[in-house]
Design a protein around this ligand. Structure first.
Ligand code: PLP
Length: 457
């Protein structure tokens, strides 16, 4: 947070924005809403103290959950927009920011190979975006089931329950990917309406075999929803991915709907998900009148194609500004920053494989930038206990990792002394900041000494 450019950027842009409204008569804020600078500063100092009670998500030594600060341009643009506080529900409330949303969403659609005919908008989260996708799925095929891998985000099962759609989990293989044979068993039953395909699972960044699932459509009739909330942006760096993930990403434009979260890998503040539909005709299901808001413009109001009503125009402004600086295109600076995290993940994986204290997943993993491994121990219970201790000891060494429960059977039986159908607690690291590449040797050294500390105790 040293050399934070945001205060300076925001000060300059605020002057420019003030100038936009300079022709209006000046006014004094009402005494009821006025507050002294000193009072506000005191409360903000208190706020900063509270916020100090967080893991340092911005620092390269934070390598735990899917967390990182937004890009400075996104923070500055978001804060600037809040001076206006536009609402992208309707043009009345967010004229400029609705245009900016349409442009920013077009860039996301283009990233997936969709240029002219698609329908899409931002949402407040990946959950809401997935809800809209499954809602449309249910509208198009009432009574037919939704299926997704057991490693799909838990939100799909819960959303299906909310929408009163029947949901079924499909077993995953030992690399966390949906098993095609198990999927076909379900498809044979003839009542599957939609298959949720995850490109980048939340636990380990596994990539479901989208290309092969598509070939099943020659025999069975179903819709494909791609949940790429975490992994969507990796389609920008196909050369950095290995098979079979590369082929899965190459097929993404054939999906019926796609979810991506700019607030995960897209450098945005929270409050920025996105849903895209290949067929714009699904817009008919959203059709409704608003007695309050849709008069001032004949142009599309984003509220007409969204389940949420009020939405932060600032989120669209931040994404638009970020795309101006860092277009989400192959070969660009943004793509290179994704590749750095991917390189860091491969580096960590390689070090883990060379160290007998650790047991990584199958060769061929990680598929993206998430690395998961267990501690080598006589029993899964002991391995879980050690993972907990290493996690705590790492934090004491200023390295912040995460923990995840995985099926014990995923770890290669040759190196696993007891067979078990249960789960084992593993260490997990999401290496999503470009700085992770240069910092990996430091992370490794600290992990290694944390581990020595635990094993010697
Ligand atoms: C994070 C995530 C979600 C949920 O998105 P939110 O933005 O947290 O609501 C859904 N699916 C996948 C694969 C995710 O990684």
């Amino acid at each position: 947070m040293t050399n934070d450019p945001v205060p300076e950027l925001l000060a300059r842009a605020t002057q420019a924005l003030t100038a936009e409204f300079a022709s209006l008569p000046a006014f004094e804020p009402a005494t009821e809403s006025a507050a002294s600078l000193d009072d506000m500063a005191r409360i903000l100092a208190e706020t900063a103290h509270h916020l100090g009670d967080n893991y340092p998500y911005f620092h390269p030594l934070y390598a735990g959950q899917m967390l990182k600060p937004p890009h400075p341009i996104a923070r500055a643009a978001y804060a600037l927009a809040m001076a206006i506080n536009p609402n992208n529900h309707a043009r009345d409330g967010g004229r400029a920011s609705s245009e900016m949303e349409i442009e920013a969403v077009a860039q996301l659609a283009r990233m997936f190979g969709w240029t002219d005919t698609y329908l899409g908008h931002l949402t407040s989260s990946g959950t809401l975006a997935n809800l809209e996708a499954l809602w449309i799925a249910g509208q198009l095929a009432p009574g037919r089931r939704i299926v997704g891998s057991e490693q799909a985000h838990y939100t799909h099962q819960r959303i299906s329950a909310v929408l009163k759609l029947n949901y079924r989990s499909i077993p995953a293989d030992t690399r966390g990917r949906m098993r095609l044979d198990a999927l076909e068993d379900e498809l044979r039953k003839g009542d599957v309406g939609t298959v949720v395909v995850t490109l980048g699972t939340t636990a380990i960044g596994a990539v479901d075999p989208l290309d092969q699932i598509l070939t099943l459509r020659q025999r069975y009739d179903f819709r494909i929803h791609v949940d790429a909330a975490y992994g969507g942006y990796f389609c920008l760096i196909p050369d950095e991915l290995d098979e079979p993930a590369r082929s899965a990403y190459a097929a993404i434009s054939q999906a019926d709907s796609i979810v991506v979260d700019p607030h995960k890998h897209g450098l945005q503040p929270y409050g920025c998900g996105c849903i895209l539909f290949r067929d714009p005709a699904v817009g008919r299901f959203y059709k409704h009148d608003s007695p309050y808001t849709y008069f001032t413009s004949k142009e599309l109001h984003l509220g007409e194609i969204s389940l949420e009503c009020s939405r932060a125009g600032a989120a669209a402004v931040a994404l638009w500004a970020t795309h101006r600086l860092l277009p989400p295109e192959p070969g660009g600076t943004f793509a290179r920053s994704l590749a750095c995290g991917r390189a860091a993940a491969l580096d960590l994986d390689c070090r883990l494989r060379g160290d007998a204290r650790f047991q990584p997943l199958d060769a061929g993993l990680p598929e993206l930038d998430i690395v998961v491994w267990k501690l080598n121990a006589a029993t899964p219970e002991r391995a879980s206990e050690l993972a907990q201790k290493v996690f705590v000891s790492c934090a004491a060494h200023d390295v912040h990792l995460a923990l995840v429960q995985l099926p014990h059977s995923w770890f290669s039986p040759a190196r696993t002394s007891t067979q078990s159908n249960g789960s084992v607690t593993c260490l997990r690291s999401v290496l999503m900041k470009p700085e992770h590449q240069a910092w990996l040797p430091v992370i490794w050294e600290k992990l290694s000494s944390a581990c020595t500390h635990v094993l010697e105790a």
